[in-house]
Design a protein around this ligand. Structure first.
Ligand SMILES: C[S@@+](CC[C@H](N)C(=O)[O-])C[C@H]1O[C@@H](n2cnc3c(N)ncnc32)[C@H](O)[C@@H]1O
Length: 187
């Protein structure tokens, strides 16, 4: 069972799944994945607090597919999407629903405690990418200069304001947003 408050989602043992201090990071990531604007078909994996989803919607993409596995988060996602005709929900673990995806102009990947994340980075992301290039961002290794699996087109160092107790997963006052362009053949 997750617990929800105004600023965070936490697991039963108190681990932070998502926190509102990440908002500027989400905004920067969404700017990149929505680079193709209204023509874009965007895939988002992990709805969480819906912070990124709101930013993606503000770019008015052609389509916005959201995959989410947690039943309680799915309730919020369904409520949030009620008035959004460009949203398609894929329910469940992304890894078990690969047949429901197509290719996308933009992909934002932000899951939690995901044992298949390495498979996404090493294989799957290429199969979901467009020949012309897919704008991709992932919440992963945000504190290193270079992303281990990809050559970012650019990297932005973002300073963030957070309370130490709410950020054991980031021990600096900045994170890096790695902006990547993926093609089916770039791995
Ligand atoms: C860090 S939160 C996402 C935060 C989101 N980007 C936001 O702006 O609020 C991670 C989300 O991914 C979901 N999730 C975790 N593992 C998943 C998986 N394998 N497939 C789909 N969703 C997953 C969690 O339930 C949670 O809602």
């Amino acid at each position: 069972m997750l617990s929800f408050d105004e600023n965070s989602i936490r697991t039963e043992n108190g681990s932070v799944v998502m926190h509102s201090w990440e908002t500027p990071v989400m905004q920067e990531m969404c700017k990149w994945v929505c680079k193709r604007g209204a023509k874009a078909d965007v895939l988002e994996i992990g709805f969480g607090m819906g912070i990124a989803s709101d930013f993606i919607q503000s770019h008015r993409p052609n389509s916005h597919t959201i995959c989410e596995s947690d039943p309680e988060v799915l309730v919020n996602l369904k409520e949030w999407s009620k008035d959004k005709s460009n949203v398609t929900i894929v329910e469940g673990d992304w890894y078990k629903n690969l047949d429901k995806f197509t290719t996308y102009h933009g992909i934002l990947f932000d899951t939690f405690a995901d044992m298949n994340i390495e498979k996404f980075k090493k294989e799957i992301v290429y199969t979901l990418s467009k020949d012309i290039g897919t704008h991709f961002c992932i919440w992963d290794n945000m504190t290193s200069d270079v992303h281990p699996n990809f050559k970012p087109e650019s990297t932005k160092k973002l300073f963030v304001e957070k309370d130490t107790k709410d950020s054991p997963y980031v021990d600096t006052d900045y994170v890096y947003v790695h902006k990547m362009l993926i093609t089916p053949t770039s791995n």
